[in-house]
Design a protein around this ligand. Structure first.
Ligand code: FE2
Length: 300
């Protein structure tokens, strides 16, 4: 199989594996308010270990459990549920997502890491209340496992320069190559700009945003090695959950659990599990925010 983790490490990882887990009402509304206010205020002041990655499609605020007493207590509270853990290579964070995450795994980049659980605690869901219906977002966990480094799983492996950005109508669109867009708008000063079938308003702010995206270093590699057979993904499940990504990317995947987001619940699954967000946009969710981290059983 993979030569990323050794068979000894894989055996150690497998010994820690368990079923997808959800505990309702893990955090109360007061705790959620405290956590969100504390971290969102840090974002403005950039105090301590907190760093910020702010994009149109998502905002991440990173933290360290040792930076406040409340966060220290929170770590103990999570350990009461899942046992002792460490966070090694990707800091704990809260993430606000405005465009759903595609198929991926969070196995990290360290072959000596005894990867343990993905931990997610939904903190806030914003609905478009002007629409006539809305439904909570879901996280889709597949039966399929992955013992290689962190990856975005897609058949589009040739380019690593695609980004989701907002168009003239404030709708999210997929740009296949951000460098190409950057080049095309180089000599456009302002006004409406057509790029294929997409339209954007060009101004200094837009140009600066595209320039910043073009300098992004991606954490995840891209691969289609998750496709291991010719089994097509169930069309009805695709329509219900997965329309934010190409149908062919779902080939050979089998759904294990669909976890619906309940604010304050604790959700965990093995880091070896392939997972993604559902396409919450079709259910009139504007954004969702959760605490997210990737835990390990050893300190590396
Ligand atoms: Fe993830």
């Amino acid at each position: 199989m993979s030569n990323f983790f050794s068979s000894t490490i894989i055996n150690k990882i497998k010994k820690t594996e368990s079923e997808v887990f959800k505990k309702k009402n893990f955090l109360g509304s007061d705790e959620i308010k405290t956590l969100l206010e504390y971290l969102r205020n840090l974002k403005n002041k950039s105090v301590g270990e907190s760093k910020l990655v702010d994009r149109e499609e998502s905002t991440k605020i990173f933290f360290d459990f040792n930076q406040s007493e409340f966060l220290q207590k929170l770590k103990i509270k999570i350990e009461d549920q899942i046992g002792e853990f460490f966070v090694n290579d990707f800091q704990p964070h809260i993430i606000t997502t405005r465009f759903p995450l595609r198929l991926h795994v969070d196995t990290g980049k360290n072959p000596n890491d005894i990867i343990y659980k993905n931990v997610v605690v939904p903190l806030e869901i914003i609905y478009d209340l002007e629409k006539d219906f809305y439904k909570p977002p879901n996280t889709v966990i597949f039966k399929n496992k992955w013992y290689d480094r962190s990856a975005l799983l897609t058949k589009q492996t040739s380019s690593n320069y695609d980004f989701i950005i907002k168009d003239i109508d404030n709708k999210f669109v997929d740009i296949v190559n951000i460098h190409d867009l950057k080049e095309k708008i180089k000599n456009v000063n302002k006004g409406t700009f057509s790029y294929g079938d997409k339209k954007f308003i060009i101004n200094d702010k837009f140009k600066e945003y595209i320039d910043n995206l073009s300098k992004t270093k991606r954490y995840n590699a891209r691969t289609d090695k998750h496709i291991v057979n010719n089994n097509d993904f169930k069309k009805s499940d695709y329509e219900k959950y997965m329309t934010h990504q190409p149908y062919e990317d779902c080939q050979s995947l089998e759904i294990d659990k669909i976890i619906d987001w309940e604010v304050g619940s604790l959700m965990t699954w093995d880091r070896s599990r392939i997972h993604c967000s559902d396409n919450f946009l079709i259910n009139n969710v504007v954004s969702k925010t959760c605490l997210a981290m990737f835990t390990s059983k050893n300190k590396t």
